[in-house]
Design a protein around this ligand. Structure first.
Ligand code: AMP
Length: 190
């Protein structure tokens, strides 16, 4: 059970629509997708074929997992809907995408990404801070990509703008293979 008393059945992943520099980000995204499927958990993500989004979805599908995409209709020409998903929800806009992705997931994992990923990450973290959900939030810090963000979060606490208890609610993993164990531990200790 999570802190909110819910069993984890589906994991919502936020990640970049681009692959990033070097092969490490794609590799870690694929490992995470495979780990989610191997654990028997459903994957929920942005529904695209491109970037880390495509990598995480393809790996989960290859491992026999159930993958649900949530894509705004307006993004169809840009992000290219994945043709092989278990289920694809086409939604009216970005707000509807985030609302459905947050509803479908019992836990949230943020992989490296750009401005869109940052927006999704902070929304779900602030919803946790406000008590609007009680689902675990994991940040996958592949190759130290999120070191500056983690330093900034510490800064917000030091400068008195965020409570250490709110920032501490964020679970940080360095490697994709740690994520499932961290989620399971949050179920037991949440
Ligand atoms: P990025 O991290 O910029 O590569 O974007 C990752 C994903 O976030 C892409 O699928 C974007 O379409 C999506 N995205 C960007 N801005 C928003 C937003 N305001 N709300 C929801 N999704 C967004």
């Amino acid at each position: 059970m999570t802190a909110g008393g819910e069993a984890i059945r589906a994991v919502t992943v936020f990640c970049g629509a681009t692959p990033g520099q070097g092969a490490g980000y794609v590799r870690a995204a694929a490992q995470l997708g495979r780990a989610v499927a191997d654990a028997g958990l459903d994957l929920v993500y942005g529904g695209a074929t491109i970037g880390l989004m495509g990598a995480v979805a393809n790996a989960a599908l290859r491992a026999g997992g159930t993958v649900t995409g949530v894509l705004p209709r307006s993004m169809l020409p840009h992000e290219i809907a994945h043709p092989g998903l278990t289920k694809l929800h086409l939604v009216p806009d970005m707000h509807a995408r985030k609302a459905l992705m947050s509803e479908l997931g019992d836990a949230f994992v943020t992989l490296p990404g750009g401005l869109g990923t940052a927006e999704e990450f902070f929304e779900i973290l602030t919803w946790s801070q406000l008590g609007l959900h009680h689902k675990p939030c994991v940040l996958l810090d592949t190759d130290g990509y999120y070191r500056p963000l983690l330093a900034f979060l510490d800064h917000t606490v030091r400068e008195g703008f965020a409570a250490s208890t709110d920032v501490a609610r964020l679970l940080v993993c360095r490697r994709p293979e740690e994520v499932i164990a961290v989620l399971r531990a949050s179920v037991h200790h949440g």
